[in-house]
Ligand binder design. Structure first.
Ligand code: AMP
Length: 280
């Protein structure tokens, strides 16, 4: 068992710890998370290590990306075991601020983003990407990493963050990492913990439907037919679908051709909302 990584609760302390390392010429990677870490998060840490000398993870359940009535209160918070996992993956330090550090009284700034943020998640969670963009900008400016790693699991989010980093001339390279799945195909997610045994069984349908749809598209079926069948399959399995859409993999607009496009889905089983996506 390795020593736990140092935990920084404030931006000043974190910056003070990083300054000498930067002076030594060490490159720094940031892996932002909301904690309740699983193998998907840890794959981002591994990817980060490929690109930089030092990995910093952040753990912050960001209130600004939850709307009233969403799962902010019940979101799993497991800091102790998260720190152990990060230690096992040789993370140098963890930035785990409280909400007051990130959003002190009088906080009045937010980042509004359009482009890849339009549609999909925004149609169902209109507050979401402004909350994400604001917190990620703050994290990137707090750490000023050389690179930051984000999962393709949250595919639209990855594109939104790339856009924001470019638009704001942030000095960090944004790197995407592939989706890590359970053995039965379910994309790993901290929210999978909400699923009871029956819902967990149902949840398999989401990746199965994506794979079936991807294969049908590759075999030349029309998107209209593929989508109709996918929506029916999800409904039959017990999912209430928010969206099942085909998008251009880069800008997330309507694709001209299916090859290289991406299918993105969000659907609810019981009260748990799951998202997933697949390259065509
Ligand atoms: P979260 O803690 O859910 O906000 O996720 C933090 C980061 O981990 C985001 O960049 C996610 O896209 C990424 N992530 C979450 N689940 C997975 C997964 N199953 N595979 C790869 N990356 C993931």
């Amino acid at each position: 068992m390795r020593n736990l990584p140092d935990v920084y609760r404030g931006v000043d302390a974190l910056r003070a710890a990083l300054a000498p390392l930067r002076q030594e010429g060490k490159t720094i990677a940031l892996v932002p998370t909301m904690g309740a870490l699983h193998a998907g998060h840890l794959s981002l840490v591994e990817k980060a290590r490929e690109h930089a000398d030092i990995v910093i993870a952040s753990i912050f359940v960001n209130p600004k990306q939850f709307a009233p009535g969403e799962d902010f209160e019940s979101y799993p918070r497991t800091e102790e075991s998260d720190l152990q996992k990060l230690a096992d993956h040789n993370v140098f330090g963890v930035f785990a601020p409280n909400a007051k550090e990130m959003y002190p009284n009088g906080f009045a700034t937010s980042i509004q983003i359009e482009g890849p943020a339009l549609g999909l998640e925004t149609d169902h969670r209109p507050h979401f990407f402004n909350g994400v963009a604001t917190v990620v900008a703050k994290l990137l400016l707090a750490v000023l990493p050389d690179i930051a790693v984000f999962g393709e699991k949250d595919y639209q989010q990855l594109r939104v963050i790339e856009r924001m980093a470019k638009d704001l001339h942030l000095p960090t390279k944004i790197v995407g990492a592939p989706i890590v799945r359970e053995h039965d195909g379910l994309a790993m997610s901290s929210r999978n913990e909400y699923l009871d045994a029956k819902e967990r069984q149902t949840a398999i349908a989401i990746s199965q439907t994506l794979t079936t749809a991807r294969n049908a598209l590759r075999n030349g079926e029309s998107w209209i037919d593929v989508r109709k069948k996918a929506l029916a399959a999800l409904k039959l399995s017990g999912f209430a679908t928010d969206y099942f859409e085909l998008r251009h993999a880069k800008h997330l607009g309507t694709p001209i051709e299916t090859s290289g496009a991406r299918i993105l889905v969000a659907a609810k089983v019981g009260t748990t909302r799951l998202i997933d996506n697949i390259e065509v």
